[in-house]
Design a protein around this ligand. Structure first.
Ligand SMILES: Nc1ncnc2c1ncn2[C@@H]1O[C@H](COP(=O)(O)OP(=O)(O)OP(=O)(O)O)[C@@H](O)[C@H]1O
Ligand SMILES: [Mg+2]
Length: 340
């Protein structure tokens, strides 16, 4: 039999038990809610990670596509530059025709004036009416016309000669093994007369033993054109200039570094100097073919490359890279026969 005190304690215990049960139920509900939220968050995170991985893969593909596109573009740009220089020959032909037109046209006019004057004189002689003054006038006109004729025909001849150098001479040059520095020494010696009346200095440095199997004639032409340019352009208003040529090797190729400490080339002209007919010296008889010939000889005949750097009032620097050995291109020997 329970006492009244015991009944109260039991009731108290049952109450506490109910409270605890409820608490337990609530915390179980909270836990399952938490678990559900966690599950949601986890799956969300998994989704996000999955999406990120897909985006990363897409980005990687895009960046590799871009890299490839960039490489293709670089290649295409180089090819375009080459094609542009190749088509320069076509421009050259058109340009030569245009340039020759002036001296030839003037010569035709002069020749026909001379023919008219001569006919008038002959008639006067035939009719026995030749006056002293007519003869004096004729001599004057004939002297003047022939001098102008000579000058114009000379100019036309020069243009044809330059054109021939670009288009044909490149093919008739001899191919052999020679020491680069020694050969350049000979070429520079032949340019001695150009230095005679100047105070300029020419320095040739480098490895004596370096040999190349190539076209010495082309190298001679290149050196001549570069030196002529330094004398006429770089040192135009500089009495004491220095030209330095250094022969060495780089990555198994012959490296010829040519520099002068002259007036330099303005940046806006630097990209044009290898173009046919680009000259800043037309008034002094420049044709603008010198460096075009150099470029064509190096890139086509010698299968090398040329780069230029220049700073105003500091000078100009050309870097020429040539393969040690040059295999004649297919059909080259037959072209040599045809042109010689
Ligand atoms: N060493 C140099 N220093 C300064 N300018 C130069 C030098 N070399 C070339 N140039 C510039 O480049 C231009 C083109 O040179 P390029 O040799 O093709 O023609 P050119 O010398 O004017 O005429 P050409 O050689 O046909 O008689 C020159 O007119 C000149 O402006
Ligand atoms: Mg020149």
């Amino acid at each position: 039999m329970l006492s009244g005190q015991d009944t109260i304690s039991l009731q108290q215990l049952e109450k506490e038990n109910r409270i605890l049960k409820k608490k337990l139920e609530r915390s179980q509900a909270d836990q399952s809610k938490l678990e559900a939220t966690n599950y949601n968050k986890e799956s969300l995170l998994k989704n996000v990670i999955g999406e990120l991985q897909v985006s990363q893969a897409i980005l990687e593909k895009k960046s590799s596509d871009l890299k490839q596109a960039f490489e293709e573009l670089t290649l295409m740009r180089d090819k375009l530059v080459e094609a542009e220089k190749m088509s320069a020959l076509a421009t050259l032909v058109a340009g030569v025709a245009h340039e020759i037109n002036t001296p030839v046209g003037t010569s035709i006019t002069l020749a026909s004036t001379l023919a008219d004057e001569t006919a008038t004189l002959s008639m006067a002689v035939a009719q026995g009416q030749l006056k002293r003054s007519t003869l004096t006038d004729y001599v004057e006109i004939a002297t003047e016309s022939t001098a102008l004729l000579m000058a114009n025909l000379d100019r036309a001849g020069e243009l044809i000669q330059s054109f021939k150098q670009v288009a044909v001479d490149q093919a008739i040059l001899e191919h052999r093994t020679f020491r680069v520095k020694e050969y350049l020494e000979e070429v520079l010696a032949s340019l001695g007369p150009h230095f005679k009346k100047t105070l300029h200095t020419l320095v040739l440095k480098g490895d004596e033993s370096l040999s190349i199997n190539s076209y010495p004639g082309a190298l001679a032409q290149i050196a001549t054109n570069l030196v002529t340019n330094s004398l006429t352009h770089a040192f135009e208003s500089k009495p004491l200039g220095t030209i330095c040529i250094d022969v060495s090797t780089q990555n198994g190729k012959i490296l010829i570094q040519y520099s002068d400490d002259g007036c330099g080339i303005p940046p806006e002209n630097l990209g044009k100097i290898f173009d046919p007919f680009f000259t800043t010296a037309r008034h002094r008889g420049g044709t603008g073919l010198g460096l075009h010939i150099v470029y064509n000889l190096i890139t086509q005949k010698l299968q090398g490359s040329i780069e230029v750097r220049s700073t105003i009032d500091k000078g100009t620097h050309f870097e020429i890279l040539l393969p040690l050995s040059h295999l004649p291109l297919f059909g080259e020997s037959s072209r040599e026969l045809k042109c010689s």
